[in-house]
Design a protein around this ligand. Structure first.
Ligand code: 3H9
Length: 727
């Protein structure tokens, strides 16, 4: 890892090299400082171009070094200052990404040339910090407060063409970025660099600046629910207006230090590395699926064009994979076609705005629609996305066995049915795998890849690799009813229901969990997903409805406590948003604005009287503890069962599929920060008082880890032992 220097027409080209993304580690910073110092002193050199090796300019500070003493010994701020002061023109040649400290480095250069495929941004907020090498002070001076605030607070990766419009870069080229930067450097030789030094430029004022910033702060508090980094970003940008540059830098550093003490950066950086970690997985025999070559997926098909199928088709097309979309009759096919085309139109628009498409279809895989299974005979991979009915799925897989080419992979988008049973009707169980997308599938980042008993490593590698090509974070899980995410929902929703029986109202439970940071509380989430989905499945299992055994009492199933409240709402046609009524009321069927419903209050009060349920309405802390500890306990049970290979897998799933607040790291990381002894004791106390709620009985693994003092999360895997070998 080093910066190297070569000469081209009296222009020094300094290349930053630290594979894979040129993160600015201590030794790389030292090397850049040296090469830059030498080049600026060398009288034969007239200008300097800064570029990156490995197809990237630079992804910013080396996150692994955060918290270590090496971070400040050659500070990026000093390097930026030296570059900006340089008397020779300095041009950044940006390929790939210039993110965080990488963009801060580029902002200290006098000019910036970007490749059309490049992305720039200050995404520090996404790892719990703020740009701390001048980004919050230089960017507002370059592009104005509103645009800078938007980039910094959202941490957006901005495509090169938009960066040009905003004024972040001076030139966008289709090829030979470094040559273009050299040319620009030569062109500006002799020109004054005064106006190009951002630290000395004024910040452009806007009318009602105070109002603007106050509104941004209020909005960020509402939107980011307890995350401190977005607020610190706004504070720092404000400093660029009210303080001189140097003082602004000091404020930036002060905010960085105080953020660090909240623990949120550590949690978010754990989440960042966990997302990358879940792709590195060891098989029971010591092999690694990520070392097994995936098969290329050149063509795909999707069966079923309901909400999930449409999203999956769009997602594949966005990844430039031609897709065949199949429905069962002309009417459904037409409805599906219209919906998919509308989604694709939006994608085309985005690509055009990014300068990546000039005519319809550019950059997108073609989509063809069919009613004929025979048309799928030659595709590489087929994803079944029909509704959750095991019999129907088995019929489809049986049919596919005969139609699909022998090496085609067969995937099911089931959200919880048995993969092995589906695979059992095929002639290739080793090529059958679960690909559980989350709705809307073209937007949600999570993909649960579910391995069946016979699924081969090549099939796993192919599905995981497909996930990456679709821009998703794919997590490999084992096969059990409901897999990981939905399985954990069970005990969580159970507790939410009991809280209502004991005196809380849906809005109180939701508020407590939203204040914790969840994107949505459990009742708003159920209303959004549709209450009827779970109800139909419980009816099919005979837990409720006409097939429920007569011996079932209203509030017990096989000796276990059962809350029938959700079933009762469904029996009254209250399915949530889709019917305009559920746990809340909505302005109309399909409405989104949840309002507490006096009818639900009356209904709950009547229910409590009828069943004489013990009343002790929980306070927000108890609501959080009961719901969150239910999730944690099930997480440990999943680890014990070997369904997820480590706590990181569970955290990635919950953060990306279930709206868990990333600034808390993940649900299992949260357990570690609370302390496993406390979690164990609370669960133990609850379960001793509620023997009919077995889901809250502390798991053996939790007990074992609590008994050794609750080790740091990184050490859990060794304690889990071989229980993840099933994967
Ligand atoms: C910062 O700059 C602070 C400054 O303001 C002030 C400082 C004083 N450091 O994601 P990938 C690794 S904060 C260390 O799989 P992709 C990553 O772990 C930084 N390592 O590839 C992985 O390692 P491995 C602000 C990093 O192509 C490998 O690179 N910058 C860093 O899908 C490949 O990564 C950011 O927040 C890093 N900065 O996506 C950018 N970045 O192979 C964070 C990556 O061992 N990075 N690695 O698993 C990203 O957003 C994506 O990684 C990127 C590439 C878009 C760059």
């Amino acid at each position: 890892m080093a910066a190297t220097r070569r000469l081209s027409h009296s222009v020094a080209v300094i290349t930053i090299n630290h594979p894979p993304v040129n993160a600015l580690s201590h030794s790389l910073r030292r090397s850049i400082a040296k090469e830059f110092g030498d080049a600026s002193k060398d009288s034969s050199i007239e200008a300097i171009v800064l570029c990156g090796a490995n197809g990237n300019f630079c992804a910013g500070a080396d996150i692994k070094e955060f918290g270590s003493s090496t971070l400040d010994s050659v500070s990026l701020n000093n390097i930026n200052d030296t570059i900006e002061r340089c008397k020779k023109p300095v041009v950044a040649a940006i390929e790939g990404v210039a993110l965080g400290g990488g963009l801060e480095l580029a902002l200290s250069c006098h000019y910036r040339v970007a490749n059309v495929q490049a992305r720039v941004g200050l995404p520090e907020v996404l790892i719990g910090i703020l740009p701390a090498a001048g980004g919050t002070q230089r960017l507002p001076r370059l592009i104005g407060i509103p645009a800078a605030l938007d980039m910094i607070v959202r941490g957006r990766h901005v495509p090169a063409t938009e960066a040009l419009q905003l004024g972040v870069v001076d030139e966008v080229v289709k090829a030979n970025t470094v040559d273009a930067a050299i040319q620009l450097a030569r062109k500006v030789l002799g020109q004054s660099l005064e106006t190009r030094r951002l630290s000395t430029s004024p910040v452009q004022s806007i009318p009602n600046m105070d109002n603007f910033l106050n509104t941004a702060m209020t909005k960020a508090k509402r939107q980011f629910r307890g995350a401190q980094a977005p607020l610190a970003c706004i504070e720092a940008v404000k400093a660029s207006i009210v303080l001189p540059f140097q003082k602004g830098l000091e404020k930036e550093r002060e905010l960085f230090t105080s953020l660090w003490s909240t623990g949120q950066p550590q949690a978010q950086q754990y989440a960042f590395f966990s997302e990358r970690e879940v792709g590195k997985w060891t098989t029971p025999s010591g092999g690694r699926w990520d070392k097994v070559a995936p098969k290329a997926i050149r063509t795909a098909a999707v069966i079923g064009l309901g909400t999930m199928g449409r999203g999956i088709v769009t997602s594949l097309s966005k990844a430039n994979i031609p897709v065949i979309a199949l429905e069962q009759d002309t009417k459904q096919l037409d409805i599906g076609r219209q919906a998919v085309n509308a989604l694709l139109d939006r994608e085309v628009l985005k690509l055009k705005q990014q300068g990546k498409a000039s005519s319809p279809g550019d950059g997108l895989g073609s989509v063809t629609f069919t009613l004929d299974f025979g048309d799928l005979h030659n595709v590489d991979l087929i994803i079944e996305a029909v509704y959750e009915n095991l019999q129907l799925k088995k019929e489809i897989f049986h049919k596919l066995s005969a139609i699909a080419k022998p090496d085609a992979f067969l995937c099911t988008n089931t959200s919880g049915l048995n993969i092995d049973e589906i695979a059992s009707v095929t002639n290739r169980p080793e090529q059958v795998i679960g690909t559980h997308f989350f709705s809307p599938a073209n937007i949600m980042r999570l993909l649960e890849v579910v391995r069946g008993h016979h699924t081969s490593l090549t099939t796993i590698a192919t599905a995981m690799n497909l996930g990456k090509s679709l821009g998703k974070v794919a997590v490999l899980v084992g096969n059990c009813p409901l897999f990981v995410g939905n399985r954990m929902l069970g005990p969580y929703l159970e507790q939410a229901g009991y809280l209502l029986e004991e005196g809380c109202y849906p809005e109180e439970v939701d508020q407590a969990l939203e204040e914790f940071g969840f994107a949505m509380g459990p009742f708003r989430m159920m209303d959004l997903a549709g209450l009827d989905v779970g109800w139909r499945s419980r009816t099919e299992q005979g837990l409720t409805g006409p097939n429920a055994p007569p011996g079932f009492s209203a509030r017990q199933r096989n000796g276990k406590r059962y809350s029938p409240l959700a079933d009762m709402l469904c029996e009254l046609g209250r399915f949530g948003q889709k019917s305009g009524k559920g746990w809340y009321q909505y302005e109309k069927a399909g409405g989104r604005n949840a309002k507490p419903d006096p009818w639900v209050r009356d209904f709950l009060e009547k229910y409590r009287r009828t069943h004489q349920t013990e009343q002790h309405p929980a306070n927000p802390q108890e609501i959080q503890d009961r719901c969150l500890y239910a999730l944690i306990n099930e997480g440990f049970r999943i680890l014990e069962d070997g369904i997820a290979s480590g706590p990181e897998d569970i955290d990635v799933i919950y953060n990306n599929g279930y709206g868990f607040p990333k600034h808390r790291g993940g649900i299992m990381y949260y357990a570690a920060t609370v302390g496993l002894t406390k979690v164990f004791n609370t669960l133990d106390k609850y379960s001793k008082a509620n023997a009919d709620v077995p889901s809250m009985k502390p798991t053996f693994l939790l007990k074992k880890l609590a008994a050794v003092g609750g080790p740091p999360i990184k050490e859990w895997r060794t304690q889990i032992g071989n229980s993840n070998s099933r994967l």
